[in-house]
Design a protein around this ligand. Structure first.
Ligand code: SF4
Ligand code: SF4
Ligand code: SF4
Ligand code: FES
Length: 788
C-alpha cells in the first residue's frame, strides 16, 4: 500500500483516525504498517500467507462483534479500525499468557534468548504474571535429526515452520500432529527429520523450538558480530550475514526484508560455512621431492614455480602452458589470473568450469542473462531444461515453485529423471540420457508447425526436423512433447532456465539456443552450480584468441602439447577421468587451493590460499548481480588470496599486474541447428547418469562436517522396479561397470528415477566415480549387478 498514491488502491479506510488507501489484497496489518502504525504480532511472518493462530494482532473494527486478527483480515472500503484499547491489551496479554502456560523456563540456556519473539512480546505487553493454570505437560526434544534440533516444549504452535516448508519450500516435511492442547509439530515421515535441511523452518521459528545444531550452546546471540556477505556456493548469489565471534563463523542467516533472496537459503547456504575451519585446511606451501612433499616457505615456492612456468612457455611457446581456474574465484582473483596467464605468460589457454558450456551457451543465445530470478515469478510459462535446478541453484527454484503455486504459471521441466520441480510441472518430461538436443529440436519443430514460434530466424528459414523421429530419439512420445510444447509456447511471458545436462553438450547447446532465440523469452538464465560462473567469464578468465577450453586442455596435456599447468581452486582430477589421467603427463603442475585436493596431491608446487570470509572481492550471480563479499576472518599464517598469488608471481617475472581485466576473446561458435545423426540411446540398455546433491557441490562442501552427516557417502539412485529386478534394497551394494571402469556403490531406491537409469550421487568424488564416466560429463552406458 502507498498512502500517497492511489495508483493501485481500490479502497480507503481509517486506522486510529488516519486515512489510508490500500489495495483489496492488503490486510489491516499491512495497511497499518504502511502508515507507521505498529500492531504486535507473533505468528505473522512477511514471507508467509497469514496463519492467524496466535491472536496477538487483534484489532477492533467498527461493525464487527468481536476483535479480528489484523494479519488475516483484508481491508474493506470505509473500514474504521482501532489498534489500541484496554480490551485489546487485555486480549493480547491473555493470548501470550496462554502461550506461556506450559513454556519451559529455559531462557538462560535457550540459544534463542536475546532474539526470541516470545520474550520480546512478553516484555512489550508487560506480561509479568500468570492468571491461568493447567496440568503440566512433558515434551520431548529431538536431538537425533541431522542438523536441526527440535524442542516440543518451547514450541508455541504458531505454524510458521509448517507453512514455510509447504508454501515456500514445497517439501511438507513437518506438520501438526494431535489436536488442541496436545497439538505439536512432528516430522511427517518418522520421528526424525528426513528433508532438505534448508533451515527455512529454523529461520522463521519465533522461539527456540527449532535451532541449527551447528549453533547449539555455542554462543549467546548478543556476543556475535554480523557480517554482510554472499553465499560461497552457487550462482544464486544469496545475500547472507555471517555471524562471527573470536574469528570463527557461528552461523549464517539471511534477512527476509533486505535481501534479494528474501531471506531464503538452502542447506549449503545455512550449514555449509564450516569448510572455512575444515580440519584439512592447509597453511604451508609444499614442494614435491623424491620423498613426496616437503613444506616450504611461500615466497621461495612462488619464485620457483613462476620461474619454471615462464621458462617452459618461453622454451616451447605459450601454447605449451595452460591454466585452469575455479568458477568460485572472485572477480578480482579471476581478473588477476587472466592477466597473469594471458598477458604476463602470453598463453591463451585459460579456462574455468564456466567453460563446460555455461559461457558457450550464453555466447550462442543472448550474450548473457536476460531478466532476473524474481522475473521468473511473473512468467506465464517457464521451461526448465536439462536441469535439476532445485539442487543446482535451490533458491531460484523457489521462485518457479511460487510462480506455479500463486500465479498458476505453466512450468515445463525436462531432465533424465524426475526432479523436484517436476512436481510443479504441467509438462514433466523425463528424456533419455543425452536426449536434450533431440528434445529441444522436437519442441521447436512442434512449435513451428503450430505457429507458436516463427519458422525463421534472422531471415533464415528454420528446419528443425521431423518431430516424430526427434521425440523417439529423446525417449518420449509425440503426444507428451506436444502437450508440453503447448503449455510452454502459448504463454505470453515466457521464461527459460537451462541446466548442465543440456549445456554440457554442443548439439544440445545449439538446439536450446535456437529454441530460445525463436521464443524471445522474458527471462533466459543458465543454471550455475558454482558461485561465480558468470563473473569469471565477464572478467576474461576464459580462453584468449585461439585458446583451448576446459576439456580441450586435458586432451592437449594427454597429447603432449601442453607441458605445464597452473591450477587455481579447481579440482579437475576429482571430476573427470580424462583429467586425472592427463595430469601425470605434465612436466610441471602448480596448484593453489585452500585444500590439498586430488589435483593438488599431484602438484610439483602447492600453495595454500585464503577462502571465502578471509578475502574481499565480488561475485556475479547467474542473473548478473554483482555483489561484494565481506572480509571478516583473518587468514592463518599470512595466507595469500588467489589474486595476491598472481600479483606476486608476476612480480617474480618482473611485471606489475594492472587493474584492468583482459576481456575474453569473442567466441567464434555460430548458432546452428544441430545435426543429430549419431546413435541415440539403445532400447534395453542401462545408463549411468551423474547426479548432484543438495549437500555437496565441490571441494568446499566436502570439507564441511555438518553437511557430511546428511549425505555421508556416494549412492546410486535406482527405481524400485530396477532394484527389485536386481533383488537389492536400499543400503545393498551393486557393481556398476562402464566402458571405462567399475564401481561398487550403495543403492537408494527412488521412484523419481526411470528404470533404465541409475543416478550416481557422489558427494566426495571418490576416484572410481570420476573414472566410470570416462570422457563423458553426464552419462554413459553401464552394466549393473548385485555385488557378491
Ligand atoms: S529444514 Fe527445510 S525441508 Fe526440512 S523441515 Fe525445515 S523447512 Fe522443511
Ligand atoms: S516449531 Fe517454531 S515455527 Fe514451528 S510451530 Fe513451533 S514455534 Fe512455530
Ligand atoms: S541457493 Fe546457492 S547461493 Fe543461495 S544459499 Fe543455496 S547455495 Fe547459497
Ligand atoms: S499475528 Fe495475527 S494471529 Fe498471530
Amino acid at each position: 500500500v502507498n498512502p500517497e498514491s492511489k495508483l493501485d488502491a481500490q479502497v480507503s479506510l481509517t486506522i486510529d483516525g488516519k486515512k489510508v488507501a490500500a489495495s483489496t489484497k492488503t490486510t489491516i496489518l499491512e495497511a497499518a504498517r504502511s502508515i507507521g502504525i505498529e500492531i504486535p504480532t507473533l505468528c505473522y511472518h512477511a514471507r508467509l500467507t497469514p496463519i492467524g493462530s496466535c491472536r496477538v494482532c487483534v484489532v477492533e473494527v467498527d461493525g464487527c462483534d468481536a476483535p479480528v486478527a489484523s494479519c488475516a483480515t483484508p481491508v474493506n472500503d470505509g473500514m474504521v479500525v482501532r489498534t489500541e484499547s484496554p480490551e485489546l491489551t487485555r486480549m493480547r496479554r491473555e493470548a501470550v499468557q496462554f502461550l506461556l502456560l506450559n513454556h519451559p523456563l529455559e531462557c538462560p540456556v535457550c540459544d534463542k534468548a536475546g532474539e526470541c519473539e516470545l520474550q520480546d512480546i512478553t516484555y512489550k505487553l508487560g506480561v509479568d504474571h500468570q492468571d491461568f493454570q493447567t496440568e503440566p505437560q512433558v515434551w520431548d526434544n529431538d536431538n537425533d535429526s541431522p542438523l536441526i534440533f527440535r524442542s516440543d516444549g518451547r514450541c508455541i504452535r504458531c505454524g510458521r515452520c509448517v507453512a514455510i516448508c509447504n508454501e515456500v519450500q514445497d517439501v511438507g516435511a513437518i506438520d501438526f500432529t494431535d489436536r488442541g492442547y496436545d497439538a505439536r509439530i512432528h516430522p511427517t515421515n518418522g520421528d526424525t527429520l528426513d528433508c532438505e535441511f534448508c533451515g527455512q523452518c529454523v529461520s522463521v521459528c519465533p522461539v527456540g523450538a527449532l535451532l541449527p545444531k551447528t549453533f547449539l550452546h555455542r554462543s549467546r546471540v548478543w556476543d556475535l558480530s554480523e557480517n554482510d556477505t554472499v553465499c560461497a556456493f552457487c550462482g544464486a548469489g544469496c545475500s547472507i550475514s555471517a555471524h562471527t565471534r573470536n574469528g570463527k563463523v557461528y552461523r549464517v542467516v539471511s534477512d527476509c526484508e533486505t535481501t534479494h533472496n528474501r531471506g531464503d537459503l538452502c542447506s549449503r547456504g545455512t550449514f555449509g560455512f564450516g569448510f572455512v575451519e575444515g580440519d584439512k585446511r592447509q597453511v604451508s606451501a609444499r614442494v614435491k621431492n623424491d620423498q613426496g612433499f616437503s613444506e616450504a616457505d611461500t615466497a621461495s615456492t612462488l619464485q620457483e614455480a613462476a620461474t619454471k612456468f615462464a621458462a617452459i612457455a618461453k622454451e616451447h611457446g605459450p601454447q605449451s602452458v595452460a591454466a585452469i581456474g575455479s568458477a568460485r574465484m572472485t572477480n578480482e582473483d579471476a581478473a588477476a589470473f587472466s592477466q597473469f596467464v594471458r598477458k604476463v605468460i602470453g598463453s591463451p589457454n585459460l579456462d574455468t568450469e564456466s567453460g563446460l558450456g555455461y559461457r558457450q551457451l550464453h555466447n550462442l543465445a543472448f550474450g548473457g542473462p536476460v531478466g532476473t530470478f524474481d522475473d521468473l515469478e511473473d512468467c506465464d510459462s517457464i521451461l526448465v531444461f536439462g536441469s535439476d535446478l532445485a539442487v543446482e541453484m535451490p533458491v531460484p527454484s523457489l521462485r518457479i515453485i511460487s510462480a506455479a503455486k500463486t500465479n498458476d504459471a505453466r512450468v515445463v521441466t525436462a531432465a533424465p529423471f524426475k526432479t523436484k520441480l517436476h512436481r510443479s510441472s504441467r509438462g514433466p518430461l523425463v528424456n533419455a540420457p543425452g536426449g536434450e538436443a533431440a528434445l529441444a529440436m522436437a519442441l521447436t519443430a512442434i512449435a513451428i508447425e503450430n505457429t507458436w514460434l516463427p519458422g525463421e530466424l534472422d531471415g533464415q528459414a528454420i528446419s528443425a526436423g521431423d518431430p516424430v523421429a526427434l521425440c523417439a530419439r529423446a525417449g518420449l512420445s509425440l503426444e507428451e512433447v506436444t502437450a508440453a510444447a503447448k503449455s510452454f509456447f502459448t504463454g505470453e511471458h515466457r521464461g527459460i532456465v537451462v541446466g548442465p545436462y543440456c549445456y554440457h553438450n554442443l548439439e544440445a547447446r545449439n538446439a536450446i539456443a535456437l529454441l530460445s532465440k525463436l521464443t524471445e523469452p522474458r527471462v533466459f538464465l543458465v543454471s550455475a552450480d558454482r558461485a561465480n560462473m558468470q563473473g569469471v567469464g565477464d572478467v576474461g578468465c576464459a580462453p584468449g584468441e585461439g585458446g583451448l577450453e576446459y576439456m580441450e586442455i586435458a586432451e592437449a596435456i594427454s597429447s603432449g602439447q601442453i607441458k605445464a599447468l597452473w591450477v587455481a581452486g579447481s579440482d579437475p582430477a576429482s571430476l573427470f577421468a580424462s583429467w586425472s589421467s592427463a595430469l601425470d603427463k605434465l612436466d610441471l603442475l602448480i596448484v593453489q587451493d585452500p585444500f590439498l585436493s586430488r589435483t593438488a596431491e599431484g602438484a610439483d608446487y602447492y600453495l595454500p590460499t585464503e577462502t571465502w570470509g578471509q578475502k574481499a572481492g565480488a561475485y556475479t550471480s547467474a542473473e548478473g548481480r554483482v555483489q561484494m563479499l565481506g572480509r571478516f576472518l583473518s587468514a592463518p599464517n599470512d595466507l595469500l588470496s588467489d589474486a595476491e598469488v598472481f600479483a606476486a608471481a608476476a612480480t617474480v617475472l618482473g611485471v606489475r599486474l594492472g587493474s584492468t581485466a583482459v576481456p575474453g576473446s569473442q567466441d567464434q561458435t555460430k548458432l546452428q541447428a544441430p545435426k543429430l545423426d549419431g546413435p541415440g540411446v539403445k532400447d534395453g540398455s542401462f545408463y549411468l547418469v551423474r547426479g548432484s546433491s543438495l549437500y555437496f557441490n565441490g571441494t568446499m562442501t566436502a570439507h564441511c562436517a555438518p553437511l557430511r552427516t546428511v549425505c555421508p557417502a556416494a549412492y546410486l539412485a535406482l527405481s524400485p522396479d530396477k532394484a527389485g529386478a536386481l533383488k537389492v534394497e536400499s543400503g545393498a551394494k551393486v557393481r556398476v561397470e562402464t566402458g571405462y571402469g567399475a564401481l561398487f556403490v550403495e543403492v537408494k531406491t527412488d521412484a523419481a528415477i526411470p528404470e533404465n537409469v541409475g543416478v550416481l550421487v557422489d558427494p566426495y568424488a571418490a576416484p572410481g566415480s570420476a573414472a566410470v564416466f570416462g570422457t563423458s560429463l553426464d552419462w554413459t552406458e553401464a552394466a549393473i549387478k548385485k555385488a557378491d
